[in-house]
Write a protein that binds this ligand. Structure first.
Ligand SMILES: [Zn+2]
Length: 451
């Protein structure tokens, strides 16, 4: 036996670890050690000999990997409580504020609000794409979470889309793509920030533009995020313009591959699903926003085809715990019952490893595994709604909430402690975002915000 004690910056003991690692999915009353931002010990048994700078006894607490939420638009937290009742994505809807109307001070406030909400509820990785990505990425990075930011890139004139006109302009494409690549250059080498490309959707990106994106993705090994089969309008526009489905266009332009994350996937054909499965592309399932608009992706079919599925909150309430429940329940409604392919551990896997895989980070995070990043979430499960602990992952998915999160650790650092962010002032962020939203809605002439 090695006589030298193991040295930890942090040791967590007596907790229930829900690992998302298939080798040992559940470790009761176990020990997790962290050294230099990585998990260096995880076992049911105590280390034979150790020294720890900090030791936490967390009896009755659940510890999970940080949730990976790969598709959000934090600045659009400004449309909370309104947009989901209008029936369509904000960018396509007249009468509500657009990203292009947001100034940089407002962008900063709203991006921090959206990212803070996600972090407090246990997302340690946030994929966020929108306009003002430079300001937003800087503002969000101050929270201490991992980020996969990207500019919303497109060559359509978005000012006209909300009024039913799709006009593609190469100058717009060049401008958005160069902003996207400047963001990549700016953050290259940062251990917590990995820039993606976000080709908005096939109806808002022409084929020649998508080819350019595909070339850059291949050249720099960049993950590409897109909205696929999000709306009937998209399906119709793409059919009129190209004679193909959006999935076919993505394949023809070289984007349908393992670096592509496809958000929504509501309107996809069986042939599209076959193409996606063969390509290794990932589905970003967004069950709550989709269901809120009265629609659902054919998730049981997508899962049965063997496609990697991850979960994301998009423009709505950034609670990944609640979202797992939506994913499970909506799939069961579609299936018409309970079966072995849709169980709590499956949606938990989607919310953790599924997202990590989609972002190309499955080797370094997404599960509680020795050697991976020390990114994890602590839930206080000593509460009536989470007791008894017969099947902890079942409790978490069926009765848990993001509000049950007590601590969030990223790369070994507590970025949320006792439910509060450690690096930023929560009250100040809330006040600034409220002010920014009032200004933006006020500019649209929505008086109830001003009363
Ligand atoms: Zn989206």
């Amino acid at each position: 036996m090695n006589a030298n004690p193991q040295v930890f910056d942090l040791l967590i003991k007596d907790a229930i670890f829900i690992t998302a690692d298939p080798k040992e999915p559940l470790i009761r009353d176990g020990y997790l050690g962290v050294t230099d931002g990585k998990i260096t010990y995880l076992s049911r048994k105590a280390p034979a000999s150790y020294k720890a700078t900090t030791t936490l006894s967390l009896s009755g607490h659940f510890v999970t990997p940080g949730f990976v939420n790969p598709h959000a638009h934090s600045i659009l937290s400004m449309v909370r409580g309104v947009a989901s009742d209008l029936g369509f994505a904000p960018s396509y809807t007249p009468g509500i504020p657009k990203g292009t109307q947001v100034n940089s001070e407002q962008a900063r406030a709203l991006a921090q609000l959206g990212a803070l909400e996600a972090l407090l509820f246990g997302s340690t990785v946030l994929g966020d794409n929108f306009v003002h990505a430079d300001t937003a990425a800087q503002a969000m990075s101050e929270l201490g979470m991992r980020l996969c930011p990207s500019w919303r890139i497109h060559d359509v004139d978005f000012a006209k889309v909300a009024h039913g006109e799709w006009h593609h302009d190469p100058a717009i494409g060049a401008r958005t793509l160069s902003a996207g690549m400047a963001l990549y250059d700016n953050w290259k080498g940062n251990p917590l920030v990995t820039v993606n490309l976000a080709a908005h959707a096939v109806d808002t990106c022409s084929e020649s533009f998508l080819k350019e994106v595909a070339e850059l993705s291949a050249k720099h090994n960049l993950v590409v995020s897109t909205h696929l089969g999000q709306s009937k309008v998209e399906v119709q526009r793409v059919k009129e313009r190209t004679g193909s489905t959006s999935t076919e266009v993505l394949e023809e332009t070289g984007l349908l591959n393992e670096r592509l994350m496809c958000g929504h996937c509501i309107y996809v054909t069986d042939t599209d699903i076959e193409r996606m499965a063969k390509s290794g592309a990932h589905v970003v399932h967004i069950p709550k926003p989709n269901a809120t608009s009265g629609r659902l992706a054919p998730t049981p079919k997508l899962k049965a085809a063997g496609i990697n599925i991850c979960l994301a909150t998009d423009t709505q309430h950034a609670d990944m715990v609640e979202l797992m429940r939506w994913a499970l329940i909506t799939a069961r409604v579609q299936e018409g019952g309970v079966d072995e392919s849709w169980q709590p551990q499956h949606v938990f896997h989607m919310a953790t490893m599924g997202g990590a895989k989609a972002l190309g980070m499955q080797e370094t995070l997404g599960s509680l595994t020795v050697g991976k990043a020390a990114d994890f979430v602590v839930f206080n499960a000593n509460r009536p709604h989470l007791t008894p602990h017969v099947n902890p992952v079942g409790n978490l998915v069926h009765t848990g909430q993001g509000r049950d999160v007590t601590h969030v650790v990223v790369a070994g650092e507590f970025v949320v402690r006792d439910g509060m962010p450690t690096r930023v002032d929560m009250d100040q962020i809330v006040r600034s975002a409220e002010k920014a939203s009032r200004e933006l809605w006020g500019a649209e002439g929505v008086q109830y915000w001003l009363n």
